[in-house]
Ligand binder design. Structure first.
Ligand code: HGY
Ligand code: MN
Ligand code: MN
Length: 419
């Protein structure tokens, strides 16, 4: 008889999970409560070692691929069948929080641990995955690990990635001990039956509505652009205003167009951010001759995102001409949105109903590795509330009770999928 979620007697080590989240949070370049763990930095390598140890302690077979994706596997009774997977990331942008991604990695291990202790025997193998480089901090591109797994990033583009010091992915992964050709990362077709990622919402909805579980039916499509502007420098006292070609002011016009374009796209879900600014020479008494900004633009609807982008491009062209500044706008990535799998969502909804846990379907405005795993197999995400919707900041916080509920819904959903 297929083990229904209610018939499985599961015990969870919630204090142990809370301890692990706190221990991992201390592996950081930033002082607590902030967390910084940039891809292939020393802290990232120590964080990886911590996750590998946790997975091994859970009795799982651990392997790492050529780009640092870590797979913790529990062989099923029919190992030839496509496996069921869960997972997320542990890299963290500068001065982030301790729950983003981590809840899905350590919570996924906790879910598999509870299933193993219950005597449940999955037909399909179960895997908890720690995806490498979900955050764009190192190379300016997010989800490098899951893109390569899904075949959504060409090897040529992967090899062309450079960090601010000019180091390549190949150089950094080799230094991190990740061996093997990049070609070996791409997943074999049909290797996964389904994928479910546990993650904090990174928005205020669940908390506002008092609902402990969100089931993701769409993930907004992220896009990013790097705009380089070259004008003329000079002495801040000597160069009079009418003859200036100030690169930073052209950049400022473009940043305002990002806001204007997002607000005017016709969709409430369009979001635009100019989060990275570089000005040269960066002296108070010198007119900026060079500026570089990085723009993050997203929506679940591509037509709305495109309308916002058109406004940005129009302004870039106009400001450059008017100010005598050379403007080059390069696309870093422009990805389509992903849909959550209805059948997988329905299983998680049934689990919630049997547990008496309120849940709602929703959109993810943040992107996740699920955005690319949805190209590999039927995928959804289980969201839990986070305080005030805060994320990517040290005050990020998820209640232990919400994490516990998320892990239990995940465990029982995985049991259904793998049973
Ligand atoms: O930016 C994002 O949406 C994700 O947190 N990297
Ligand atoms: Mn993040
Ligand atoms: Mn995340």
């Amino acid at each position: 008889m297929k083990p229904g979620p209610s018939s499985l007697a599961l015990t969870f080590d919630h204090p142990g999970l809370a301890r692990a989240i706190e221990e991992l949070a201390l592996i950081s370049e930033a002082p607590a409560p902030a967390v910084t763990r940039v891809l292939f930095s020393d802290t990232d390598l120590r964080g990886r070692a911590y996750v590998r140890a946790q997975a091994a302690a859970a009795g799982l077979t651990v392997r790492e691929d050529a780009v640092g994706n870590i797979f913790a596997r529990w062989e099923g009774s029919e190992p030839a069948l496509p496996a069921v997977a869960t997972g997320s990331h542990t890299d963290a942008i500068p001065n982030a929080g301790r729950f983003d991604g981590v809840v899905g990695v350590l919570g996924g291990l906790a879910a598999l641990g509870a299933l193993r202790r219950s005597g449940f025997q999955p037909r399909r193998s179960l895997e908890a995955v720690m995806f490498t480089a979900e955050e764009p901090t190192r190379f300016g591109l997010g989800c490098v690990g899951s893109r390569l797994l899904a075949g959504a990033l060409s090897l040529e583009k992967a090899r062309a990635l450079r960090d601010r010091e000019g180091r390549s992915l190949d150089e950094l992964r080799a230094a991190a001990g990740c061996t093997g050709p990049l070609e070996s990362v791409r997943l074999a077709p049909g290797c996964y039956h389904s994928f479910v990622e546990l993650h904090i919402e990174q928005g205020p909805l669940l908390e506002q509505e008092g609902i402990p579980i969100g089931l993701v039916e769409a993930i907004a499509g992220p896009s990013a652009y790097r705009v380089s502007l070259r004008g003329e420098g000079g002495h801040a006292g000597a160069v009079l205003m009418p003859v200036r070609h100030d690169a930073s002011l052209a950049a400022a016009e473009i940043a305002l167009a990002v806001e204007r374009g997002a607000k005017g796209s016709g969709s409430p879900d369009t979001v635009g951010t100019t989060g990275v600014w570089r000005i040269e020479p960066g002296a108070i008494n010198s007119v900026p001759f060079f500026a570089q900004i990085e723009i993050d633009l997203r929506d679940t609807r591509l037509d709305a995102r495109d309308r916002a982008l058109a406004e940005i491009r129009r302004t870039a062209e106009d400001a450059g001409r008017r100010r005598g500044v050379k403007v080059e706008m390069a696309e870093i990535n422009a990805d389509p949105p992903a849909a959550g799998d209805p059948a997988t969502i329905a299983i998680a909804e049934q689990v919630c109903a049997e547990l008496g846990v309120p849940c709602r379907r929703m959109v993810s405005r943040a992107y996740h590795d699920s955005l690319f795993m949805a190209r590999v197999c039927p995928t959804t995400m289980i969201f839990i509330p986070c305080r005030n919707g805060w994320s990517h900041r040290p005050e990020e916080f998820a209640e232990a009770a919400h994490i516990a509920t998320g892990v239990e819904v995940l465990a029982r959903t995985l049991a259904r999928l793998a049973g």
